[in-house]
Design a protein around this ligand. Structure first.
Ligand code: GAR
Length: 204
């Protein structure tokens, strides 16, 4: 494709933002070249992610339910529209988006989930809870999944997955750390680039 146009990406976060950092680093290293992170939006005012964004020179805003109540999603949409966002990347964003929202951005929202979907996913499965459930079940392999977001929590089309071994004596924390490092920080940037390329080429 002969164009220097880039997909305008908003990353939505809630917490520490190690996945956000992986995206920022991948943009710097050129792994992400078809898109540019132009906005980081957190639903938590004190999320460390906001600092990571500002350190990288990326505009960062907090939109909280406490402040906007029933208008929470409308405020997010308004912010996305004001910034001409083409693609939304959920990177540890701990809110379930309504059908109205996901319909509006069909094939334009992707999410990273810390298990091999369809295992340990859906409502109530987020963060360390996912790893706790995997360990309780005794699985020997877990991993991460990047998928498109639709109205079903963790139910949209799968884009990329990577498996990670569960080790003897793992805790939710050690398993989470291994999955972040070996799967999430790799497949989220790769999937983001893949989806950006498809958008630029009008394939989705
Ligand atoms: C990540 O493990 C991500 O997969 C998970 O939250 C963590 C956020 O970490 N997301 C979910 O559980 C969504 N259902 P981070 O803030 O360091 O990127």
């Amino acid at each position: 494709m002969v164009s220097d146009k880039k997909v305008r990406i908003a990353v939505l976060v809630s917490g520490g933002g190690t996945n956000l950092q992986a995206l920022i680093d991948s943009q710097k290293s050129g792994v992400i070249k078809s898109g540019e992170i132009v906005l980081v939006l957190s639903n938590k005012a004190d999320a460390y992610s906001l600092e990571r964004a500002r350190n990288a020179g990326i505009p960062a805003v907090a939109v909280t339910k406490a402040e906007f109540g029933a208008d929470f999603e409308n405020k997010i949409i308004k912010t996305l529209e004001e910034n001409n966002i083409d693609l939304i990347v959920l990177a540890g964003f701990m809110c379930i988006l309504s059908k109205d929202f996901t319909d509006r951005y069909k094939n334009r929202i992707i999410n990273i989930h810390p298990s091999l979907i369809p295992a340990f996913c859906g409502e109530g499965f987020y963060g360390l809870r996912v790893h706790r459930a995997a360990l309780e079940k005794g699985v020997k392999v877990s991993g991460a999944t990047v998928h498109f977001v639709n109205e079903i929590p963790d139910g949209g089309e799968i884009i990329m997955q990577k498996a990670v071994e569960v080790m003897e004596g793992d805790t939710p924390e050690t398993l989470s750390a291994r999955i972040l490092e070996n799967a999430e920080w790799k497949i989220l940037p790769l999937s983001t680039e893949l989806v950006c390329e498809k958008i630029l080429n009008n394939q989705i």
